[in-house]
Design a protein around this ligand. Structure first.
Ligand SMILES: [Zn+2]
Length: 358
């Protein structure tokens, strides 16, 4: 399945870095693509982008949402010797950072670096060598011999991403950096395309929102859902596939790669929308997995549902292994099922559909 339609757009999205707070390059790829399937395109001051299909006053408006940013690092300090200390952007994991290649991004282009890893022979085992490093212990070597030389290449505040790209492990299994959540941007763009092609069967207005700054607190979604004030929202993001060794299913539930999208129950997820998603999956024979939320979904859904007087929201997630690492792994079959499910949900909506719990 690795030769699916729109693979080129997916690849473009995946190879374009969009570290949180610095998403404009990725957003340009996304807006260039969705423009052809929308009646109107709008962006806000911080770079969230929304593509609109139908803009009638007489029917409800449903917002599809994903986030466009990826986790990364940021240049924090440069030593006299030219080594670069970093801080994290979003929930990056310091324990997997060492010995990785990175790209430092600035207006002049990309500067390559490697994250220093003291050789196993030289590690001071007694004093914490070989242990789990914190971000303060991580530094990048960019080949500079002094602070001055480094400052000719980079500056404090430049965002950083791992140099890893993506590859297919099999026809179905895709692995790479920051599938969280450029896959979501891909999915909502494909849903928009299908709706554009099927617009004679579409009863509602659609807004596909690709938000900035999810990884640092769901800020882009908050700004845009306040502004757009949709009648309901269908959000997509990744969720943990918990089918790999070492994960306690009693604690984290069981979600499998390749067994379809995951409807989230609880928290910000509106019970009637959850039921609606379940019904559509049954009618259209799209396999669906289930996940329980105790407090927060940890996605933009948490930022959207309480805007204005409440926006009934539902989260449909893509199973993902190894989240927040450069080898995030997903199934193309799941991606296709997610696109199908979201498309069918929207095509099933009535022009005056409402969602309430009472
Ligand atoms: Zn995410």
């Amino acid at each position: 399945m690795s030769n699916f339609p729109e693979r080129e757009f997916l690849e473009q999205l995946l190879i374009t870095p969009s570290p949180t707070g610095f998403e404009s390059a990725g957003q340009k790829v996304w807006t260039n693509y969705v423009e052809q399937f929308s009646d109107d395109l709008e962006t806000d001051a911080y770079g969230s982008a929304v593509a609109k299909l139908n803009t009638s006053f007489d029917v409800i408006t449903v917002m599809l949402e994903a986030h466009c940013d990826e986790i990364g690092m940021i240049v924090q300090h440069i030593t006299e010797k030219g080594f670069v200390h970093v801080n994290k952007l979003g929930g990056s994991d310091s324990t997997i950072a060492r010995a990785k290649r990175v790209n430092i991004h600035n207006k002049r282009g990309i500067v390559s670096g490697v994250i220093g890893n003291t050789a196993i022979h030289l590690q001071d085992k007694k004093n914490g060598g070989g242990d789990q490093p914190a971000w303060k212990d991580i530094y990048i070597d960019i080949g500079a011999t002094s602070r001055e030389e480094a400052l000719e290449m980079i500056q404090i505040g430049d965002p950083i991403t791992y140099a890893d790209n993506f590859e297919f492990l099999s026809d179905d299994i895709l692995t790479g950096r920051a599938l969280d959540n450029r896959i979501g941007g891909f999915v909502i763009a494909q849903v928009l395309k299908r709706l554009w092609e099927n617009r004679s069967n579409l009863n509602v207005n659609v807004m596909a929102l690709n938000s900035v700054q999810e990884e640092v607190g769901g800020y882009g979604a908050r700004m845009m859902s306040y502004r757009l004030e949709p009648d309901m929202a269908l959000v997509t993001d990744v969720t943990h596939a918990t089918d790999t060794p070492g994960i306690n299913n009693a604690e984290h539930g069981l979600v499998k790669l390749g067994e379809g999208p995951v409807v989230q129950h609880g928290g910000a997820n509106h019970p009637s929308i959850v039921t609606f998603i379940e019904e559509v999956s049954k009618t259209k024979e799209i396999s669906l997995q289930h996940d329980a939320v105790s407090v927060r979904t940890g996605t933009d859904t948490d930022s959207i549902f309480y805007q204005k007087t409440g926006i009934p929201s539902g989260l449909i997630s893509l199973p993902l292994r190894y989240m927040h690492s450069p080898v995030e792994t997903a199934s193309v079959a799941d991606i296709n099922s997610l696109i199908n499910l979201m498309t069918e949900c929207i095509l099933s909506l009535e022009p005056d559909q409402t969602f309430s719990v009472l």
